[in-house]
Write a protein that binds this ligand. Sequence first.
Ligand code: IMP
Length: 178
Amino acid sequence: MDEIVIGNDRFEVFLEEKTIQKRIKELAAELHKEYRDRTPIFVGILNGAFPFLSDLVKNYDGLCEIEFMKLSSYGDAKISSGNVTIVKELEIDVTGEHLIIVEDIVDTGLSVKYIEGLLEKHKPASVCVVSLLLKPDSLKYNVKIDYIGFLIPSKFVIGYGLDYEQKYRNLRSIYALK
Ligand code: IMP
């Protein structure tokens, strides 16, 4: 599929499946180098991070655990509402644990800032953030993203976990609004 048409919006292929998969292998190897002597907990942020988390841990060649958190989403809009609330908290005690937060995309940075604030209370031994995508020109909050798949322009993107009105998360490639 080269193009997706949704109403008056046209999306074109932006990152192909094989490009995404190649980069994820590299990220998994980098993470393993850092965490090989520890058993990190990958914390996927639902809903968008599920395919990335899945491919990342399948390529992570070491002991690890997997947990999920869920934040309220943008709603059905293409721009950030500026509000974020927790919908699903971590259900395990992460005191003294090494956490790897897994995000699909960092836009303004609000979600990551919010998650870091929540996790701080649980006193983990360490927290790092890995995001498949980062829109540097959209950042509004001071967040450090430790591992980044791709830096992308501030375009709306869908596919590979990223939604448009909750749909299109199942696309294998990532498409950008023309
Ligand atoms: P932030 O809190 O502004 O950094 O936004 C992060 C969240 O907004 C991501 O986890 C996505 O759910 C959503 N988001 C941001 N940009 C896009 C996009 O281009 N397409 C789909 N969802 C997006």
